[in-house]
Design a protein around this ligand. Structure first.
Ligand code: ADP
Ligand code: ADP
Length: 230
């Protein structure tokens, strides 16, 4: 669990203002869906939270500590899952432990007993324990994305970020994968921010909603505040 505070965040790419003075706070363990059309600034916001992108101005803190770069306790799920097709579901999940360096680990220690258990637990969380040995290339798009979720969980994050995690899936798989993300977040008490462009999925799985347009935060509220045009 992590408390997030974003203050007056702006990001420009040359003449393009991708984020304009965005501020919000997220308490521990909340499941937040970011809504907005393509180009609204969702990816830029998530990349700033992940420490992959430096904001032009403003600040982000996690548990009152300002972010200056990527952190071990922040995991990200991507639209393109970047899993290794030649490896098994289990092998892919295990690679999530490589992102945990804070415990003084080295590459030689990456598959110790603790990591193996974490990989199996994560595969169980996403309903793929029986498919652990299956090569990723043999799996469906939805299953591959669930492997990507498992890998993020093996990192043992406090904050889970997901950038359009279901955008490339058919509606049924998209709903199933969002369900696994929500369940994983609830089970592990993870503060979560997921961007989506499907309002129906946002309504089904979101607890709190941030609406973005042209780099600005134009909506911030809970389910009961959601209007039809968000
Ligand atoms: P979204 O995720 O909502 O589609 P993005 O954060 O990807 O929005 O993009 C917001 C704006 O910033 C868009 O106009 C996009 O073209 C621009 N943008 C994003 N990344 C870059 C980049 N690396 N270089 C230049 N412009 C970018
Ligand atoms: P999304 O809408 O899912 O964020 P985009 O197609 O906007 O995806 O962006 C995909 C990648 O291209 C991102 O890494 C983003 O930073 C980069 N990008 C987006 N717009 C631009 C741009 N105008 N110039 C350079 N890179 C960009």
């Amino acid at each position: 669990m992590s408390t997030i505070k974003v203050e007056n965040l702006s990001k420009s790419y040359g003449d393009v203002q991708a984020l304009r003075d965005v501020s919000f706070e997220i308490p521990d363990g909340e499941f937040v869906v970011i809504l907005g059309e393509s180009g609204a600034g969702k990816s830029t916001l998530l990349r700033c939270l992940n420490g992959l992108t430096q904001p032009t101005s403003g600040s982000i803190s996690i548990d009152a500590e300002e972010i200056t770069g990527p952190r071990d306790d922040v995991a990200m799920i991507f639209q393109q899952h970047y899993i290794i097709e030649q490896m098994s579901a289990y092998g892919n999940a295990l690679t999530g432990s490589l992102n945990r360096t804070s415990f003084g680990r080295s590459l030689l220690q990456w598959n110790d007993r603790e990591d193996k258990l974490a990989a199996l637990e994560a595969l169980d969380t996403v309903g793929l324990l029986d498919e652990a040995g299956q090569q990723a290339s043999q799996m469906s798009g939805g299953q591959q994305q669930r492997v990507g979720i498992a890998r993020a969980l093996v990192q043992l994050p406090n904050l889970l970020l997901a950038d359009e995690p279901v955008a490339s899936l058919d509606p049924a798989s998209a709903e199933s994968v969002m369900g696994y993300i929500r369940d994983a977040a609830d089970e592990r008490n993870l503060t979560t921010l997921a961007s989506l462009h499907q309002v129906n999925l946002a309504r089904e799985f979101g607890e709190r909603f941030l609406g973005m347009k042209d780099g600005r935060l134009v909506f911030d509220g809970y389910r009961e505040d959601l209007t039809i045009d968000v």
